[in-house]
Design a protein around this ligand. Structure first.
Ligand SMILES: Cc1cc2nc3c(=O)[nH]c(=O)nc-3n(C[C@H](O)[C@H](O)[C@H](O)COP(=O)(O)O)c2cc1C
Length: 387
């Protein structure tokens, strides 16, 4: 068993063990990848204020997200094709999250279905919805999430059309992979992955295949998105979906104060300040840089969460001290899953938890709720409005 001390250790193992097509799918942003890079480099610009001689016994990272108890304010973000990173990836990641005491969010574009994940877990998970032109199919998805007792619907707003990621086009990304000569050559070096996949519950999009008729090519993410996602999604449609669901709603993909105000007005339980991990609008500002302005606009009306760029417990602390009420990790848990399956996701959560806890202590804080702007040293103008 390798000694894992940080998320990068998991990333290195992940790169070795998972076929290149799926590594590239996770490890890329759109176009020039500027936003993808800045999501992490902007976290590095924020520094921490060291405090001493504070009693640090009895610390706790436990808190709540949308009224649910969490062992730390870190949910697993919805990640499409997770079941291609490791056999039964969504079931394994959900189980790891449940055991650790943090929320798991299942993507519409998952390999394991809603029902598969419900069968692998005992506590409610969250379901992420992409809106499709086929409203009957969307209604059926919502009903399936209700039947599975999902405790929140996460509606993603920043992917009505797919941002271009060059590598996916060049690799011909599909689930399952199409067996071209170069894919076969690469798969020949990934025996562990292949052996797992041979036994997997599913190798196709579990929420789609068998639930929709007349799809020309459900294996291709690009083709499916272009054909099925609803480019006409607007606030009126979002409100209808919220009413149809009737339970807790998280609106994901907000990066602008005006949009945050609209989301708060609709009565969302939380919003996620997110640029989809730099995978959609390249050139957009990083989530952590946009967070202060969005908090100023709606922080007293709606719970504000953040994702995009979190690779450590220190990043979590920075977002929480800035005023967020929760965070999500995407790639950080995918690295763990690809590296070592369920144990790897647990390892990613343990790494982040330890970093968060130690950093809290050295900043002189004993609780998540005690974190605040005074814990941070932020460069002047960091969160200021760009004209
Ligand atoms: C490989 C990959 C697939 C993703 N698929 C989805 C998805 O299906 N639905 C969604 O709302 N967000 C999706 N996202 C975005 C994540 O939910 C999250 O916003 C992002 O990963 C956060 O950035 P991070 O990876 O730097 O933590 C995906 C992200 C990655 C890396």
């Amino acid at each position: 068993m390798p000694v894992i001390t940080n998320i990068n250790d998991l990333k290195r193992l992940y790169q070795r063990r998972v076929p290149r097509m799926f590594y590239d799918y996770a490890e890329s942003g759109s176009w020039t990848e500027q936003t993808f890079r800045e999501n992490t480099s902007d976290f590095d610009q924020i520094r921490l204020r060291q405090r001493v001689a504070v009693d640090m016994t009895g610390r706790s990272t436990a808190t709540q997200m949308i009224g649910e108890d969490v062992a730390m304010p870190v949910a697993l973000a919805p990640v499409g094709l997770t079941g291609m990173q490791h056999a039964d990836g969504e079931m394994k990641a959900a189980k790891a999250a449940e055991d650790f005491g943090v929320p798991f969010t299942l993507s519409t574009m998952s390999i394991n279905s809603i029902e598969d994940v419900a069968s692998a877990t005992t506590k409610p998970f969250w379901f992420q919805l992409y809106t499709m032109k086929d409203t009957d199919y969307v209604s059926r998805l919502i009903q399936r999430a209700k039947d599975a007792k999902c405790s929140a619907l996460v509606i993603t707003l920043d992917l009505q059309i797919l941002g271009q990621r060059h590598k996916d086009l060049k690799n011909g990304l599909s689930a399952p992979p199409k067996l071209t000569p170069s894919t076969l050559l690469n798969l020949a070096t990934k025996w562990g992955w292949l052996a797992g996949m041979a036994r997997a519950h599913r190798r196709e999009f579990g929420n789609i295949v068998g639930h929709v008729e007349g799809i020309s090519d459900a294996s291709s993410l690009g083709a499916w998105t272009a054909e099925q996602f609803d480019p006409s999604l607007d606030w009126g449609k979002i409100e209808k979906l919220m009413n149809e669901w009737g339970g807790k709603v998280i609106l994901k993909g907000i990066l602008d104060a005006e949009d945050a105000k609209m989301a708060a007005k609709l009565g969302a339980d939380a919003i996620v300040v997110s640029n989809h991990g730099g995978r959609q609008l390249d050139g957009a500002l990083s989530s952590i840089r946009m967070l202060p302005e969005i908090l100023d606009a709606v922080g007293d009306q709606v719970e504000v969460h953040l994702d995009s760029g979190i690779r450590s417990g220190q990043d979590v602390l920075k977002a929480m001290a800035m005023g967020a009420k929760g965070t999500y990790i995407g790639r950080a848990f995918v690295y763990g899953l690809g590296a070592m399956g369920q144990a790897g996701v647990t390892s990613a959560l343990e790494v982040i938890h330890k970093e968060l806890d130690t950093t809290m202590a050295l900043c002189g804080e004993r609780s998540i709720d005690g974190l605040n702007r005074d814990n941070l040293l932020v460069p002047q103008g960091f969160g200021g409005r760009w004209a």
